[in-house]
Structures are given as structure tokens and as C-alpha cells.
Design a protein around this ligand. Structure first.
Ligand code: HEM
Length: 506
């Protein structure tokens, strides 16, 4: 029996007239769905993907709320390299191991747009507020992102990024304590707004902070329940209201830029010049901020945390950063102005230590799952059939914590990524942190630059140490919550940075 046959229409109708009855009906429907719909049975046949069986509501819940634990735990428990489960009416195949990874990231029929559309995270989407004019295909969006992050444009934006983050760091004062998952994250949000919107917004700190709050409200509204049961009244309307607030917030800025007599090369102006209508300009702008903030924000925060715990690496990165300063500007110039004149190619090619640290941080913390849908016919992977229409998920942690690829995979050891030391043993796609195969990250250049400028300026302006809520060094190094794919915040207690300004830097 399919969920469509449950009495949802009655629930919908009665919500308007009799809320109490409706709640009863809804409760009944949920329990019914939980207990009786799709109580499929486990089975293993040689050419079939292992079917988890069980109840679609439970697997959907685990998939949306505890994705990392669910996938890793199930592979461990079953000893399989693939398993099938249901997210409501959709069939999802989780894949593990090298053979599956090779096909997952290379197969043309495995389509990310379709995968993320249904199973993806809580990105603000135009169709949540009934805007259907926006192109659903990712192609034009990705072309815009690649164009936006061209070398010449990034070169021009570096001084603006440095001014932005310097101003925000100065607001912290000369010394104190702060939560890096809030304050460092705010720096990344500011830089993303600078690169992905227009100066009228990026120059306005209050407005930028308000936009950040609206994203947070959207993230809270897009709870696992709203993703699992998008038709459920209350949850879906909250998400729609949060999406609408984001659209309404950006709309005047698009209008302002459309009416301007001078066209700039900023993102919103580029989209207008390319002939996009307002909903598309807003949708793409929200897309850039959403894609831009999540992984970049968590990477900056965790870099700072790990460097605090590893003085040897902190020292190496600090020396590399100081050598940039020694070669650019004079010691009488403000530090952030000296960084502003460091050419892009120096940031990109002459920071091997920080490059290795960033790669190691991404390996350790970015642990979501890549998603696809098979939009072609049946495909064999390791003699098992992936059916046309199946959804697919590959957890990045499957590769990044594989001790056959990375020795002591849970330890922080950037040396494994230093040039000439990378030992891939001929493994296919050993690092997935920037995507792999057909769909590499379109924002990698911008993300790396943002992380580097934030770390460079922070280490040059401040001394710091990691502390817990009581102001003492934490008993153990905080660990990221790998199920928190939006923020990878520390599990358990919050951690803080005790910082003080450094007056003399080389
Ligand atoms: C540390 C920061 C970042 C990390 C670790 C990261 C990681 C990734 C990964 C792993 C993928 C592949 C997903 C898949 O195969 O399903 C991806 C794709 C993508 N990323 Fe990033 N990303 C980062 C920053 C950014 C930024 C700043 C943007 C800018 C808007 C961005 C835009 C995109 C886009 C548009 C795609 C889709 C590419 C495609 O489908 O062809 N990313 N990213």
C-alpha cells in the first residue's frame, strides 16, 4: 500500500474546521504510516542490493536527522557495500567502497540535481513559495558561479574581503572570549555576501547580519520533519515563511541594482546583465550564499580549533603567513592592507602548509553525503543492480575515514597532504572534499581564498587559546557532530577562544 492511500486528504480538510480531530487523524496517519506502510522485509540475493526493510518513516528520520551515523552504522552492522532503504515512497541506495565510489562519481546517469531536489538539505527553494519560473536545472547556476570566481574577479575582490574581515575583527576589541562557531562563521558570511551580492548590501553590516539571521531562521524551519513530510501543515508553512522572508529581503537590492544607471561587475549585476528575471536573480543569490557559507564556515572554525590544539602546526602556518607579510608592503602599513596587495597566485600557489591543513580539516569535518538519482536505465555496480529512478547516497566519511586510504584516519595530520607525501596507492577518488569526477565543487577557488585570508589575518592580529565554558583548556579536543551537516558544531559543550591582540607582527 502506498502512502497516497492514507487518509491525508481528510486530515487536510479537517484542519480548517476541526483542529482537534485533525490532530487525532494526523497522529493516526503518522502511526499508521510508521507501523504499516512498507513494512518490507530484509533480503539478500546475490544480484540484489541488500534491502534494510523496516519502516520508511523511521529510515527517513534517520536519513534526515542522523545521516552520518545511520549510513556508517548500517554498513558496519550489515557488512554490506550497499544497502537499500526507503525515504517515504523513494528508494535510496547507500553505497560504500571504491568500486561503488568510482561509478557514483563518474556515471553520467547519476544526476545530482534530482538527488538533492528530493533528498537534499534545507536549501531555500523558489518552489517552496510557489515560484516556478526559476530554471530547475543547475547548469546556468553553476556557470554563473564559475564565472563569478574567475581569477581576475577574485583578484579585484581581495582588498574588499580584507577590509570586511578586519573591520569585524576590530569589533571584537583588544581581548576577550568568543565562540568561533559564531564569530568566525560571521566573517565567512560577510565574505560570501561580498562575493555573491552587491556593495549596497555587503557594505551594510546591520543588513548583512539580518540576512544571516534569516538564513538561521530558515535552517531552523527546515527541520527533518519538514523535509520528510513536506505536506504536513505547520512545518511546511514555517519553512515557506522563512523562504519568503529571504526572498523579500533580497528583492529591494535586486530592484536597486536594476534601476542603477551604472552597471558593475558584482554578482547581482552580472545576473541582471545576463537577462535573468528577479526570482532567478534572487534564487541564484540565495544559492550562492547557502552553498558558500556552510562548508567554508565550518572549515574556518575547525582550522582555528585544531591549530589551537596543535602548536607545531600553528607555528608552521604562522611562519607561512608571516612570510607573506615580509614580502608585501612595509611594517608601518596596517596588516590587512599588506595582505590586500598579496596577489591571488601567491595565495593559491605559495601556501603549501595552509593548503595541507585545509585539506586535512575538510577530510575530518565535512562529512555529509553526496546525493544522486539514476535518471537512466538499470546500472550494475559490483554485480548489484541500481534501478532506473533509484536515489543514491555516498557518505564522504566512507572514504575519508577509511584506514586503507588514510592511516590513523581520525587523527589530525596535515603532513599526509604535503606535496610529495600524498600516498594514494592508486586508489580512485581518495579525496572527496571538493567533490570528484563529473561534479567538482564550483566554489573551491573562492572557498580556499576565504579560509586563507580569514586564518592569515586572525593569526597575525591575535594570540589565542581554546577554552571551555569555565575558561579552562578543554579536557579533550572538541569533536564535530558529523550528523550536523549544516554546521558540524562541536558535540557536547560549546568551545570558545580566549584571544588577545598582538601588537607587533614582522
Ligand atoms: C570549504 C568549502 C567547500 C567545500 C568543502 C565544498 C565541497 C563540495 C563538494 C564535496 C561538492 C560535490 C558534491 C557532490 O558531488 O554531490 C561541491 C559541489 C558544489 N559546490 Fe562546493 N564546497 C565548498 C564551498 C563552496 C562555495 C564557496 C561555493 C560557492 C557558491 C560552492 C559551490 C558548489 C557548487 C555550485 C557545487 C555543485 C557542482 C556541480 O554539481 O557540478 N562550494 N562542493
Amino acid at each position: 500500500m502506498a502512502p497516497r492511500s492514507l487518509p491525508f486528504e481528510a486530515v487536510w480538510a479537517s484542519f480548517k474546521t476541526e483542529p482537534a480531530t485533525a490532530i487525532f487523524l494526523l497522529g493516526f496517519a503518522v502511526v499508521f504510516g510508521f507501523l504499516f506502510v512498507y513494512p518490507s522485509h530484509k533480503h539478500i540475493e546475490n544480484n540484489k542490493v541488500y534491502d534494510l526493510g523496516g519502516y520508511p518513516l523511521l529510515s527517513a528520520w534517520l536519513f534526515f536527522a542522523k545521516r552520518y551515523d545511520f549510513m556508517r552504522g548500517t554498513f558496519k552492522r550489515t557488512g554490506q557495500n550497499m544497502f537499500r532503504f526507503r525515504v517515504l515512497q523513494h528508494h535510496v541506495v547507500a553505497i560504500s567502497g571504491e568500486e561503488g565510489r568510482k561509478v557514483f562519481f563518474s556515471e553520467k546517469s547519476f544526476n545530482p540535481e534530482e538527488g538533492y531536489k528530493i533528498l537534499g538539505g534545507p536549501a531555500p527553494r523558489p518552489r517552496d513559495i510557489n515560484i516556478s519560473s526559476v530554471e530547475e536545472s543547475n547548469g546556468p547556476f553553476i556557470r554563473h558561479v564559475l564565472n563569478l570566481f574567475r581569477k581576475d574577479r577574485m583578484m579585484d575582490i581581495i582588498p574588499h574581503l580584507m577590509e570586511d574581515i578586519n573591520r569585524r575583527m576590530d569589533d571584537w576589541g583588544k581581548n576577550g572570549e568568543m565562540n568561533p562557531f559564531k564569530e568566525m562563521h560571521a566573517l565567512v558570511f560577510q565574505m560570501t555576501v561580498r562575493m555573491g551580492t552587491c556593495p549596497e548590501l555587503a557594505n551594510n553590516e546591520q543588513a548583512t547580519n539580518r540576512l544571516s539571521e534569516l538564513f538561521l531562521l530558515h535552517e531552523q524551519a527546515a527541520s527533518p520533519i519538514s523535509l520528510m513530510l513536506p505536506w504536513l501543515p505547520g512545518f511546511s508553512s514555517k519553512k515557506a515563511a522563512a523562504t519568503k522572508a529571504l526572498f523579500d529581503f533580497l528583492s529591494p537590492y535586486v530592484d536597486l541594482r536594476r534601476r542603477s544607471s551604472v552597471q558593475s561587475s558584482d554578482s547581482i549585476d552580472m545576473l541582471i546583465a545576463d537577462g535573468y528575471d528577479d526570482p532567478t536573480v534572487i534564487a541564484y543569490t540565495l544559492g550562492i550564499i547557502f552553498a558558500g557559507v556552510i562548508n567554508t564556515g565550518m572549515s574556518v572554525c575547525w582550522t582555528i580549533v585544531h591549530l589551537a590544539d596543535n602548536p607545531e602546526w600553528k607555528e608552521k602556518v604562522t611562519l607561512e603567513v608571516k612570510s607573506l607579510l615580509l614580502n608585501h608592503g612595509s611594517s608601518s602599513d596596517l596588516i590587512h592592507r599588506r595582505f590586500s596587495i598579496v596577489p591571488l597566485n601567491v595565495w593559491e600557489e605559495q601556501m603549501p602548509v595552509l593548503d595541507a591543513v585545509i585539506k586535512e580539516i575538510i577530510r575530518l569535518t565535512v562529512s555529509g553525503a553526496a546525493l544522486r538519482r539514476n535518471i537512466g536505465g538499470d546500472i550494475l555496480i559490483a554485480q548489484k543492480t541500481i534501478r532506473g529512478g533509484d536515489f543514491l547516497a555516498y557518505s564522504l566519511g566512507d572514504t575519508h575515514f577509511d584506514d586503507q586510504i588514510y592511516s590513523e584516519p581520525l587523527s589530525f595530520n596535515p603532513a599526509r597532504f604535503l606535496q610529495g607525501r600524498e600516498d594514494k596507492n592508486g586508489v580512485s577518488f581518495p579525496f572527496l572534499g571538493w567533490g570528484a569526477g563529473r561534479h567538482p565543487c564550483a566554489g573551491m577557488r573562492a572557498a580556499k581564498l576565504e579560509i586563507k585570508v580569514a586564518i592569515a589575518l586572525f593569526l597575525s592580529k591575535f594570540e589565542y587559546e581554546l577554552v571551555d565554558a569555565s575558561g579552562k583548556y578543554p579536557k579533550s579536543l572538541p569533536q564535530p557532530d558529523r550528523n550536523d551537516i549544516q554546521n558540524a558544531k562541536p558535540l557536547g559543550e560549546e568551545c570558545y577562544l580566549k584571544f588577545g591582540r598582538v601588537e607587533n607582527v614582522g
